[in-house]
Design a protein around this ligand. Structure first.
Ligand code: AP5
Ligand code: MG
Length: 233
């Protein structure tokens, strides 16, 4: 679909369990509206790969499928959102993930980072991708990604043209360390116990839009674009 870079999209929050398709849809939103994907999981993995103190502390927690402490993640998000490329909007992928992070984000958006003379820009559109448990398992165990460009594949649903190689740059695809069965279960439990309440919080405050994520990727993308464009019509 064509680019739509003239719109102020504002903050978009993508919620959903591990494997729901947040990263896949975030990349498509990013391309269409030219706003950055702010994935806390990707930022933490980048830090871990670079061996920063933050990354080293987060690595062991992520390998167990648990959540990284709120203050660490919020500090990282604050820094990322203060960069100029976030002015027209951004996509929060995998954040907020706890009630404390949701409260922190509300306070931040109320605060000075954003232009208070245009308050509509500050309220995020919150989209939750809803996907069946067995489908999540298939998506997570089949996922591969390109360590060079970040493109996401799936051996069951979205295989590369040549086995195990990225279509775009030919790099050998990798499997995420936390996509092992013994880590997937605690990740799903963390979602149920700590992130479901975030979705319920947005539901209670009338801000949650649930999208059926158990459909072909293009159908979901078309619905997400419609939601974003109706919101700003
Ligand atoms: P994070 O990296 O955010 O992982 P996650 O939430 O577990 O989600 P995933 O990235 O696994 O799935 P996704 O929804 O992006 O799906 P994708 O598009 O890749 O977090 C990792 C860890 O970091 C956490 O466990 C925690 O430790 C830490 N962390 C991160 N954020 C944190 C925070 N805010 N607070 C504290 N800790 C935090 O798709 C999955 C697969 O399915 C792909 O192979 C894709 O090709 C395929 N697929 C996608 N859509 C479809 C479709 N419609 N049909 C068929 N296949 C599809
Ligand atoms: Mg992801």
């Amino acid at each position: 679909m064509a680019q739509e870079t003239s719109r102020d999209v504002g903050p978009v929050v993508l919620l959903g369990p591990p494997g729901a398709g947040k990263g896949t849809q975030a990349k498509r939103i990013m391309e269409r509206y030219d706003i950055p994907q702010v994935s806390t999981g990707d930022l933490l993995r980048e830090n871990a790969a670079q061996g920063t103190n933050l990354g080293l502390a987060a690595k062991a927690i992520m390998a167990r499928g648990e959540l990284v402490p709120d203050d660490v993640v919020c500090g990282m998000v604050r820094e990322r959102l203060s960069r100029p490329d976030c002015k027209r909007g951004y996509i929060l992928d995998g954040f907020p993930r706890t009630a404390a992070q949701a409260g922190w984000l509300d306070a931040l958006l109320d605060d000075k980072l954003f232009d208070n003379s245009r308050p509509t820009r500050a309220w995020p559109i919150v989209i939750c991708l809803d996907v069946d448990y067995n489908q999540l398992l298939l998506r997570l165990t089949g996922r591969r990604s390109c360590p060079t460009c970040g493109r996401i594949y799936n051996v069951h649903f979205q295989p590369p043209r040549v086995d195990e190689l990225c279509d775009l740059d030919g790099t050998k695809l990798v499997t995420r360390n936390d996509d092992r069965l013994e880590v997937i279960q605690p990740r799903l439990t963390a979602y149920q116990e700590q992130t479901r309440p975030v979705a319920e919080y947005y539901q209670r405050t009338g801000r949650l839009i649930t999208v059926n994520g158990d459909r072909p990727m293009d159908e979901i993308t078309a619905e997400v674009y419609r939601i974003l464009e109706d919101h700003h019509a």
